[in-house]
Design a binder for this molecule. Structure first.
Ligand SMILES: [Zn+2]
Length: 102
């Protein structure tokens, strides 16, 4: 397993946008800044690149000739997480939808 990539967290970005829309101008500047601190990194910059992506395997072929990919991603700020484990057989197309999309 290797820690390969950091990416922006869609959950944190959405939460930040919601905060801007709902709170900006409606609470004191100090309170607003305090809320934004949740999204700041050590340098005090607003930073959404908080999702660590780890790839357990692939993309690549296993011993049976299946094309495989697996990994997981998790946000270090909000604890959102994603996990994927795909095995595609020869001449097969794999489409994955979450339960809500079925
Ligand atoms: Zn997040």
């Amino acid at each position: 397993m290797s820690a390969d990539t950091w990416d922006e967290c869609p959950v944190c970005k959405k939460e930040h946008q919601k905060l801007k829309e709902e709170k900006y101008g409606k609470i004191s500047a100090e309170e607003y800044e305090e809320l934004l601190n949740h999204f700041r990194n050590d340098d005090k910059e607003i930073d959404f690149e908080t999702v660590r992506e780890d790839y357990n395997g692939g993309p690549g072929f296993d011993i049976d000739g299946n094309w495989c990919f697996s990994g997981h991603a998790s946000c270090q700020k909000c604890a959102a997480s994603w996990e994927i484990d795909v095995k595609c057989k020869l001449n097969e197309k794999v489409i994955i939808l979450n339960k809500e999309e079925l």
